[in-house]
Design a protein around this ligand. Sequence first.
Ligand SMILES: Cc1cc2nc3c(=O)[nH]c(=O)nc-3n(C[C@H](O)[C@H](O)[C@H](O)COP(=O)(O)O)c2cc1C
Length: 344
Amino acid sequence: MLFESFEIKSLELRNRIVMAPMCQYSSNEKGEIKPWHLVHYTSRAIGGVGLIMLEATAVSPYGRISKNDLGIWSDEHVDGLKELTSLIHENGAKISIQLAHAGRKSKITSTSVAPSSEAFNSDYGIPKQLEEQDIREILSSFQHAARRAFLSGFDAVEIHAAHGYLINEFLSPLANHRKDSYGGSLANRTKFLREVIGAVKKEWPEDRPLFMRVSSKDYAKGGNDVSDMIQIVELLKKSVDVIDVSTGGVVDVPKTAVYPGYQLEDAFKIRNECSISTIGGGGITTADMAEYALQSNSCDLVYLGKELLRNPYWPLKSAFEMSVELPWPFQYKRGKYEAKWRSV
Ligand SMILES: Cc1cc2nc3c(=O)[nH]c(=O)nc-3n(C[C@H](O)[C@H](O)[C@H](O)COP(=O)(O)O)c2cc1C
């Protein structure tokens, strides 16, 4: 299945392999695309990835995790991002952008923002609790970011609602202690995310897919677990097309067990209980493991992070191992016929 195509709305992928979003810490103060990004992402398109998920890209300067993150808070970002999407398309892959706001995990200023005024841990400042007016401004940032994502030629948008960043802080009872309509019940805690989706959809065309990355569990007592995430996805599933399943990050605790495919069980539950497409992954390094993720109905697409940092040509290599005939870039054909990957 790994090398079967996949279609959702207007997006057609040549295979089921997704490059997971991974911050490169290689931009500048202005959040601009640099040669590193052009080379790094294009290499994975040449290597055969179906969908590249661009790293967390900040919708506002204070929404950056760190000062070298990419940004999409200004119209000036469009030209650089457009150059990147063109290169990816020229090399047969598709590209989505991950729209992000770091919330209380921003190290940009000493006054980050969050649903409640509580620091992530002692390495981070105490955030300012967001007022209604601040929330309106952040929603407007997401809306404009979606407009720029369209102008830049992205095939999909992913809302980053995972890993303890701003949206995830609203979703989790461990970071959201608000007494207003944004806090308390599970439905209230999803209000901010529902508004973010609404803001993005004002600009993002209906025929292009909208992805959402979630942390299916907080790994801590009193936090969200996959059963809560299933309820959250149920509330939102009419407005999003694909759930990208990750875990953790809201509170400063280690993941309890990390083994190859450790998040697939939650991807399976969300996919099958909510009847929605998922991207699953975590610790996947081999073609067999990626194939298992799909065959076990855990997900429709598989993401690989660190393995693609190690080997940009992982899809070409995996196709070879699975005896799937994949077209290689013509420039690399002489390498293909002498490949001995199977016996490595
Ligand atoms: C260097 C690095 C940067 C990352 N940056 C992001 C990010 O920008 N957005 C995100 O959602 N996850 C981020 N992640 C998490 C990955 O997308 C992925 O979920 C994680 O690495 C697990 O997959 P893997 O075991 O295949 O690497 C990052 C991971 C790494 C290693």
